[in-house]
Design a binder for this molecule. Structure first.
Ligand SMILES: [Zn+2]
Ligand SMILES: [Zn+2]
Length: 330
């Protein structure tokens, strides 16, 4: 890209003093161009953050919509008798868009001033190396996972569940688009886990570029959408990295209402024993499949469905108990 620095010389001088543009990568050049074209860093960061979220969220959801429409993939569906209808998916999309435009869009203008106040690099180039970014992103994953593990359990406490988290549990068999289907207060509370990690890290180290935060947010969106997809493939990440949560872990949370409160990793649920019912269910399915080695595929499916229905019925009882918390206290 050829930069016409005579057009807005003051902006180039102010934002990129002594920068050798020819040494920049293609992406870094686009970055410079974006900030100079918009001409207002608060607007440039805010707009880019919002667009990135929309493009990645809906972009990543599209393959799952297609997969749901193709019976071929049904054999890997965790709850095969629960395929979301187009109407359900559309209702969910409208709700997610509504909260993106009414909650996220007004708040996003605070992102640039907050980031700059904490010393985060924003418009600056060049970007940090992958060697710098990778451990930072890993730390954000660990921080968010623990934050979510604690905050999510708090949201299962009677009054908080009834007034806030119940919306997210509308779908006992979730699908990709439902990842952010939640009460605005929940989006705010659990979203804090995603954004606080980078802000705290930046405050203490003074060494963070917003491009690293964007990489983290893209990966976090992939994690959240895939965890809600409802599919467990032989090539799903948790089959390669056993401590990765994935859909197989979070789908159970929606089906059973209890257990599996974390997002990315399985370790906290394992350490604190909040995966006891999940492991019991998995063991039952495994034992049943072993015992029915010679039975027809249909009979195995029927038994699996029966075990699922039991967990689901137990989950409905547990949910009613949480919702009636106040009544029980009186
Ligand atoms: Zn929950
Ligand atoms: Zn969920």
């Amino acid at each position: 890209m050829v930069f016409n620095t005579t057009l807005t010389p003051s902006l180039y001088d102010a934002m990129y003093p002594a920068t050798d543009f020819s040494s920049l990568s293609w992406l870094e050049q686009q970055w410079v161009s974006w900030y100079v074209t918009i001409g207002n860093p608060v607007l440039a960061t805010g707009l880019m953050s919002f667009l990135l979220h929309e493009v990645v969220y809906f972009g990543r959801s599209i393959p799952w919509i297609i997969i749901d429409a193709m019976p071929y993939f049904r054999k890997w569906k965790l709850q095969p008798n629960k395929i979301p209808t187009p109407k359900e998916q559309w209702e969910c999309t409208k709700q997610v868009l509504f909260s993106h435009f009414t909650i996220e869009l007004p708040l996003i203008w605070l992102f640039h001033p907050t980031a700059e106040a904490l010393g985060m690099q924003t418009h600056q180039v060049p970007f940090p190396s992958l060697k710098t970014m990778a451990p930072q992103v890993f730390l954000f994953f660990v921080f968010e996972d623990f934050f979510h593990f604690v905050a999510h359990q708090a949201l299962h406490y009677g009054p908080l569940y009834k007034h806030i988290h119940k919306i997210h549990h509308k779908y006992s068999a979730p699908f990709g688009l439902a990842a952010e289907y939640a009460h605005p207060a929940e989006v705010f509370i659990l979203g804090a886990g995603t954004i606080l990690g980078p802000l705290i890290y930046c405050f203490f180290t003074q060494n963070l570029h917003i491009i690293t935060v964007y990489l983290w947010i893209v990966l976090r969106l992939f994690q959240a959408i895939d965890a809600h997809s409802g599919y467990d493939f032989p090539w799903s990440l948790h089959n390669i990295l056993p401590f990765w949560s994935g859909a197989e872990h979070h789908d159970f949370h929606h089906m059973a209402f209890v257990n599996n409160y974390s997002t990315s990793f399985r370790w906290w649920d394992r350490i604190f024993g909040t995966d006891d019912k999940y492991r019991e269910y998995r063991a039952k399915v495994k034992a049943a499949k072993k015992a029915m080695k010679n039975a027809s595929a249909d009979d195995v499916k029927k038994l699996e469905q029966k075990l699922m229905d039991e967990v689901k019925a137990e989950g409905l009882r547990a949910e009613a108990e949480v919702e009636n918390y106040k009544l029980k206290m009186n």
